[in-house]
Design a protein. Sequence first.
Length: 398
Amino acid sequence: MNGPVRHVDDDERRTRLARRHALHPGHRVADALAATRAMTVLHSTEPPTPYLSLQARVDGLTRADVDRALYDDRSLVKQLAMRRTLFVFPRDLLPAAWGSASARVAAQEWKRIAKDVVVSGLAADGDAWLREARAAVLARLAGGDELGAKSLREELGELAGRVDIGVGTKWAGEVPIAPRVLTQLGADARIVRGQNGSHWRVSQPRWTSMTAWLGESPAPLDEAAGYAELVRRWLRTFGPGTETDIVWWLGSTKSAVRRALVDVGAVTVTLDSGDTGWLLRDDAAPEPAVEPWAALLPALDPTLMGWKQRDFYLDPGHTPYLFDTNGNGGTTAWWNGRVVGCWVQDLDASVRVVLCDDVGADGRAALEHEAARLTAWLDGEIVNSIYASRLMRESKLP
């Protein structure tokens, strides 16, 4: 392997972030698809997150624009993938995930379900039970109908039953098995979350056949090609990043990441942290500086969650206030590529910035401008998060 092509300091990494993530006001993009492509994928664990992530990156975007991309044009599609996380994918990236990260999750989910079915006494052969349950769902949705989990459970006896979870822990209890079967089929790309049965802040997906939803049946890439394409996109969005960053984001193994880096012809750079970073060969030129900028991002925004090693944009001392104990990030306020606080909504739904750092008068003014922009976009609606950080909770008005 050749030596590093150059050094990329933290200032330049933050500048790259401003442009590549379409967060700088002068580098926002035209629409929901362009913004999603810029980020590779959007986190979708919380229903409002894709909408708010896109609002931060597209001027003039409406919720109807996002719904159109998700449910009418279907240029954006929800898919369970890396780290068993639900993402919004650009449609053309789906085959890469299906053959790699999603396939890995689907296999893991199969093993867990089959084991729990036996342990809970639902069936003596967990694999056979799951094959029958999957076949029943696929047969019911083959014609393109869209049904929620409750409707499928009521119609299909094969989905009946409950299983024990968290045995021996404080979270122990029984849960219906049906949602887990649907999740496994979704990871396997056989079915997909179609229309939402509720509003944009609540997830009530109506499941349907992936083929019917897309109107075609694209073939998954093989595993190596799939991981290579995901890593290529990640490097374009988040590079330079370390091997540790990519392994964490991809939810895969070091060997898979190392092979992908070779396959895409990535080159190494040195970083201020002393670590080796990786960039695409055609994306290794120095990045020109940008004017100061501010942004307000939602819980689990892909910019916040794109790296495991975050010191170049996040003071480690702020982590306990901005992330929960499982590493899930809450809302964040950014100034010049650094996380400087969070944002909350007051009782009148107005957005209020809460700072951890002194950002000066210019920084405060820029953040207040973004708060007013987000307040106007929310138009009186309040967004709640199950991933509220300590700083968010402490800053809420009674």
